[in-house]
Design a protein around this ligand. Structure first.
Ligand code: NAP
Length: 290
């Protein structure tokens, strides 16, 4: 088994952004800026938001955070997004998901200007991605492409299987893999797929984003394949200081004696997401100021 750790991959992306930002600022532009909206006090969301802030600070990006109580009215978030859309000091906007049930996520995402859509979740950016136009690409699948490139995993002419069809991971992942220039042959699986193993067993690349630990083990994968584990699941573990440990959607240890490349959890895909958010923030700033 070859463990595809992603710290170096994320660091190389951050270094690229740092250099590009220096050039951008040297031309007289203000540093790129990101506005982050956080609702409620979900501890995982708070952690993600803190990491995004730290990444902004490390790159010298401006960072604005708007924090609301769990019971904030949807209208308040919508009017904040309207303000941020018009605010010239803001290049990119991110609303941390998930939102409380009384707030319509779809409505919030659609309200963000497509030109400031740091997550790339708006219908305009999703549509642009699908038809192969320049777009803000969702951070997690975009980060997975960086991992494939870093580890020299070819995609052209290869069979890729994506397990999961969410709007934030599975669908954009499939859209990227099928693009001209990437040129994979793509299969997308869901809970109604009758025989998952039949789909994965001859795949060259398997991307697992189900939200369920142990969705696949090594018996689903052929020798020489690459497995990307997107899952981030908290599993109770009283031996850990926080009372839980993180695990992916793949039974990682079953791959130990196999000729397979695999991303670990933690230390894998999760490290890429923040780096790609920074890339989208810089891209938004560059686009807005030429
Ligand atoms: P989601 O919205 O819950 O979607 C899960 C998808 O997986 C659904 O399409 C579901 O099918 C499918 N699925 C579930 N069990 C399956 C099975 N046994 N066989 C085939 N398909 C199955 O989840 P998500 O938001 O995409 O997230 C997936 C995982 O990635 C989670 O663990 C999440 O925490 C993690 N994640 C990590 C990052 C990161 O930065 N590392 C970012 C985003 C998400 P149906 O459509 O039929 O229900």
């Amino acid at each position: 088994m070859i463990r595809m750790g992603c710290r170096n991959v994320a660091d190389s992306v951050i270094e690229r952004i740092r250099k590009e930002t220096e050039v951008f600022v040297a031309k007289g532009n203000r540093a790129p800026s990101l506005a982050v909206v956080l609702v409620g006090n979900d501890s995982a969301s708070e952690t993600y938001v803190r990491k995004k802030k730290e990444a902004c600070e490390s790159l010298g990006f401006l960072h604005f955070q708007y924090t609301f109580d769990e019971d904030v009215k949807e209208e308040r978030i919508l009017s904040l997004i309207d303000e941020l859309n018009c605010n010239d000091d803001v290049d990119a906007i991110l609303v941390q998901l998930p939102l409380p049930k009384h707030i319509d996520e779809k409505k919030i995402i659609e309200r963000i200007s497509p030109e400031k859509d740091a997550d790339g979740f708006s219908p305009v950016n999703m549509g642009r991605l699908l038809i192969g136009e320049d777009a803000f690409v969702p951070c997690t699948p975009n980060g997975i492409m960086e991992i494939l490139r870093y580890y020299s995993i070819p995609t052209a002419g290869k069979k890729a299987v994506v397990i999961g069809r969410s709007n934030i991971v599975g669908k954009p992942m499939a859209a990227i893999l099928m693009q001209r220039g990437v040129d994979a042959t793509v299969t997308v699986c869901n809970t109604k797929t009758p025989d998952l193993k039949k789909e994965t067993i001859d795949a060259d690349i398997v991307i697992v984003a189900t939200g369920h630990p142990g969705t696949i083990d090594s018996s689903y994968i052929k020798d020489g394949a690459a497995v990307i584990d997107v899952g981030v699941n908290r599993v109770e573990d009283s031996s850990r200081p926080k009372g839980f440990r993180l695990t992916g959607d793949v039974d990682y240890h079953s791959f130990e004696n196999r000729d397979v490349m695999i991303t670990p959890v933690p230390g894998g895909v999760g490290l890429m997401t923040v780096a790609m958010l920074m890339a989208n923030t810089l891209k938004a700033a560059e686009r807005r100021r030429g």
